[in-house]
Design a protein around this ligand. Sequence first.
Ligand SMILES: [Mg+2]
Length: 291
Amino acid sequence: MIGAIIGDIAGSRFEWNNYKSKKIKLFHKRCRPTDDSIMSLAVAKAILESAEDFADLSAGAVSCMQELGRLYKNAGYGGNFYRWIFADDPQPYNSFGNGSAMRVGPCGYAARSLEEAKELSVKVTKVTHNHPEGMKGAEAVAAAIFLARDGKSREEIRDYIRENYYQIDFTIDQIRPKYTFDVSCQGSVPVALEAFFESTDFEDAIKTAISAGGDSDTIGAITGSIAEAYYGVPENVICAAIEYLDSTQMEILNCFEERFPSKAVDEDGEVSGTVFDVLHDAADKGIPEGV
Ligand SMILES: [Mg+2]
């Protein structure tokens, strides 16, 4: 699930200052983890604390999103979600915002089948984004992650998405000049998916996503969550990203990556171990856990 966090951190400095080129550095001193990272970590925590059959996952998602949302209350939430975080009796509010898709990544990593990926997506999404487009955006991302983990090719994943979720009939090059800020699922999830479909490796996927413009951190997070499952994450990118995370965030990330491992790759793109191995080694070397 670190891919979503990396995409969010990398996109954070471009959300209000779009930069429509792939010639960017992923990390910069103005970068930070935002709501996309915090809510992905909240969903990860809910999954870690859930029963084996995930029967209690919806309730857990509500309590974990409220807990971390209140702890990191300035992470950049939309107004309706901010009110939901602080509500005494939080109810779904028919949202079709891309918040459902940016936080769903852990469901794709925890699932043991495509059907389960969809079920988990429904459980964590319906508590807020119960509009059909909100549900669809999250499920498409969870399904893409599971299919990538399952060894499907980019073309197979693209075909599945086209048949079941979105008719993507554009390239990033085609939309880049005119694409603007759009926080709806239907206006941003297809962009994030297309950035992955066009990508050549993990970093290229994130840079392609950010170069489209719009809601850059969220599109980066969504693309990153899928690209991690497909390519694995370069070790040096993992080490750079975790310098932006504090000890609370690192603890959830460590626990999730230990229980639901994903691939780390070396500079040649070859699988070198797991993300958890890299996190573990970084902690041993005394790299600061957060700032
Ligand atoms: Mg954000």
